[in-house]
Design a protein. Structure first.
Length: 367
């Protein structure tokens, strides 16, 4: 369904005729956009005792609805957030970011409790108060830092710093004999809730350090800290050094084990490749062998062919069964001339005579 064009045209005319910031008028009902003022974007946020406040102007608190609509540039909504901020972490930064973005034009004041108050009401801190002040000063969402902030907010403190709203997570904070130190702020309508970041807190970080105390102590000993600086006894110092040596040996053994595993893996891969190549070559060899020496191999054909040739070479050709006959003229018998008798016999002549007798065969005798 399309919106009516007349209303859109009227709204455009009103914006053109208006004289408010960004062309907005009271008829539009659009709050003007305010630029966020923040000293911490380029330099650390100043301390409250370093900021001059013009007390000549009367202090009138704004309501929650007015703050949501937006206030003039010279009258930002003054939001106060307090805490210990020990071991400043992302959970602290996220809480301050939410407080800064509660309203379009917000001036964020952050109160940091001193060591004396914190140690009395909550417990010992890792960072001293000056370190905690400095950490909050360098958060980009903070416009002003109150040092030695009170544990319980009094009306005099709220009026002195001209605070409009107090930002904190909505979980009741029991301390100083009270079930909720922000109860009177909530009853006065000055409480602005923020969301707590789950999974991280100063207590969680300290718990990790206590749980892994031996690891951190050994690490700092390796970095050059003395046992006295770490409050480590002589026996524990020697124990940590021994554990460090044992860990080094374990690491070396682990490195050797990993290298040996890599070597074995490479050998296995190469052996698999060799086996595959051997199988391929063996199949090829067996195929060639069968092709040459198998029942129907080439060698058998060669032997058969050679045997046939040998038999053909050594066996004579058979004569034809009916060979044609040729008439031969009778050969004349040989006789010694001028004599009907044989010549005298001598060994040589005898041999010759025998030969002549042998070959003196007429054709008639042959028949």
């Amino acid at each position: 369904m399309e919106p009516p064009t007349s209303s859109r045209l009227n709204s455009r005319k009103r914006r053109k005729d208006g004289v408010g910031p960004n062309g907005a008028t009271e008829l539009d009902g659009i709050p003007p956009k305010m630029s966020r003022r923040s000293f911490g974007l380029r330099e650390p946020a100043p301390f409250s005792d370093e900021v001059e406040i013009d007390y000549s102007k009367p202090y009138i608190r704004v309501t929650y609805e007015e703050a949501l609509r937006g206030t003039p540039l010279d009258r930002p909504v003054r939001v106060y957030a307090d805490g210990i901020f020990d071991l400043f972490h992302s959970g602290h930064a996220r809480a301050l970011m939410q407080a800064k973005n509660l309203f379009p034009n917000t001036y964020l004041i952050v109160g940091v409790c001193s060591d004396e108050l914190t140690h009395n009401f909550k417990g010992f801190t890792v960072m001293n108060e000056n370190e905690r002040y400095d950490a909050v000063q360098h958060c980009r969402y903070v416009d002003e830092v109150v040092r030695n902030a009170p544990w319980t907010l009094t009306p005099e403190f709220l009026a002195e710093h001209r605070i409009d709203f107090v930002a904190h997570d909505d979980i009741p904070y029991s301390s100083a004999g009270s079930d909720d130190v922000y109860k009177h702020i909530k009853e006065a309508g000055m409480f602005a809730p923020t969301q707590r970041t789950e999974g991280i807190s100063t207590s969680d970080i300290i718990t990790r350090i206590v749980r892994d105390y031996d690891v951190y102590a050994r690490r700092n000993l390796q970095r050059g800290y003395t046992a006295k600086e770490l409050n480590v006894s002589f026996i524990n110092e020697k124990k940590y050094h021994l554990q460090e040596r044992v860990d080094k040996v374990k690491k070396r053994v682990k490195d050797v084990e990993e290298k040996s595993k890599e070597f074995v893996q490479k050998v296995e891969e190469k052996s698999i490749d060799l086996i595959q190549k051997w199988e391929e070559k063996s199949r090829e060899f067996i195929g060639n062998f069968l092709e040459m020496f198998g029942p129907e191999g080439a060698l058998k054909h060669m032997l058969k062919e050679g045997k046939g040739r040998m038999l053909q070479a050594i066996s004579p050709k058979q004569s034809p069964s009916s060979s044609p006959t040729h008439d031969r003229s009778p050969s004349p018998s040989f006789r010694w001339p001028f004599s009907t008798k044989t010549p005298p016999s001598s060994p040589a002549n005898r041999f010759r005579n025998e030969s002549a007798v042998t070959y003196d065969i007429s054709e008639d005798e042959e028949d």
